[in-house]
Design a protein around this ligand. Structure first.
Ligand SMILES: [Zn+2]
Length: 364
């Protein structure tokens, strides 16, 4: 693809609302009678009979596969073995990130369309064409890409509301950066995840994602903590799954996500949720861009109101040393997204930006 080509890609259909899980059978019927449904053990025991009912009511004869453990290439082979050479019409992932990635990986191997049904909203992947693959030690080894996005993304907000609020909190952290990352990509020279340079559309969606979270984020987390589906929760789930997914794939990623390269190896912070890494990473991006203190303090206070991290201590790295901060800067520079910024950066300027955020967060 030429450097000048601008691209937009996304799922064919997105359905969101309380109780929409019971419409799964009706939505799958046009694909054919034999869906291959991939879940994790928790979802299988929690929702298995409800899924069977919905599919049977639509006259479907599903095959069920369960992903137990990490989403590895070996685990995908085990799932393909469940099909035992029989033909399926569509692959359906129901559950958390691993089950959805497993369904996408099966779709990648078989060429079948894929439908994603997230049971939590902890990141931007359900609507995306990305497939995160790991090894047995939970180290990410590859991000594969589907040639076609999910055919349907089905989001039952009752499931999201009933799940622990920390999942939605992490999803907000992963989503809140997208506006600034898309702005960085627009100003910079790098590529967007679907390939090529961004159109205006991806950036506009990322901007709407940010405004939705600012307006509804706090109330949505309150609703989620009480297992209630409210308009605020609906708005934020749409921002976290649909707008964030479309926003990053079509608007591009930038320094906020590049910093996760360092954080996944950082003392204490390595095991924090991806969305918590990204929320803090956004502050560092704004600092690296030379934004005024007031703008950073405004966002620091907002992240604090959501109980998202604003310094390394809150990410799990108490009393970071300058050597540790420099190491985060070095690893950050290995991410391709560092080209997606209005200002050129290097490991030293990233470390200086981290120091600036540590100082400002203390003034909160
Ligand atoms: Zn992310």
């Amino acid at each position: 693809m030429s450097a000048a080509a601008r691209v937009f890609a996304g799922p064919l259909r997105y359905v969101q609302g309380p109780g929409v899980l019971d419409r799964l059978g009706e939505l799958l019927a046009p694909f054919g009678a034999r869906p291959f449904v991939v879940t994790d053990p928790v979802v299988r025991s929690m929702l298995g009979s409800r899924l069977e009912q919905s599919l049977a009511a639509a006259g479907l004869k599903p095959v069920f596969g369960t992903l137990d453990g990490e989403i590895t290439y070996a685990a995908v082979e085990v799932l393909l073995g469940v099909l035992d050479g029989e033909v399926a019409d569509v692959v359906v992932g129901v559950g958390g990130g691993k089950a959805l990635d497993a369904a996408k990986a099966v779709a990648l191997r078989t060429g079948l369309p894929v439908v994603t049904v997230p049971s939590i909203a902890s990141n931007d992947s359900p609507a995306s064409g990305a497939v995160a693959m790991y090894d047995e030690a939970h180290v990410m080894i590859s991000v594969d890409r589907l040639p076609r996005h999910p055919a349907i993304v089905l989001v039952d907000t009752e499931l999201i509301a009933r799940a622990p609020a920390d999942f939605l909190r992490a999803g907000i952290g992963d989503a809140i950066s997208k506006k600034f990352e898309a702005d960085g990509c627009w100003a910079g020279t790098g590529a967007i995840p679907v390939g090529g340079r961004p159109l205006r559309t991806g950036r506009a969606i990322a901007d709407a994602c940010y405004r939705t979270i600012r307006a509804h984020g706090v109330a949505a987390l309150e609703a989620c903590a009480q297992d209630r589906v409210t308009d605020d929760l609906e708005a934020v789930v749409e921002a976290v799954i649909l707008m964030s997914g479309l926003g990053f794939e079509n608007g591009g990623l930038s320094l906020a996500h590049a910093l996760t390269r360092g954080l996944v190896r950082a003392r204490g912070a390595a095991t924090a949720a991806h969305g918590r890494h990204v929320a803090w990473g956004l502050l560092v991006q704004l600092a690296a861009e030379g934004r005024p203190d007031d703008e950073l303090l405004d966002l620091i206070r907002f992240l604090h109101s959501l109980d998202l991290p604003t310094n390394l201590g809150e990410l799990g790295m108490a009393n970071p040393t300058s050597v540790e901060i420099e190491a985060i800067g070095e690893l950050t520079m290995t991410a391709p997204h560092v080209l997606n910024l209005a200002v050129p950066i290097d490991a030293a300027s990233v470390a200086a930006a981290i120091d600036r955020v540590e100082t400002l967060a203390a003034r909160r």
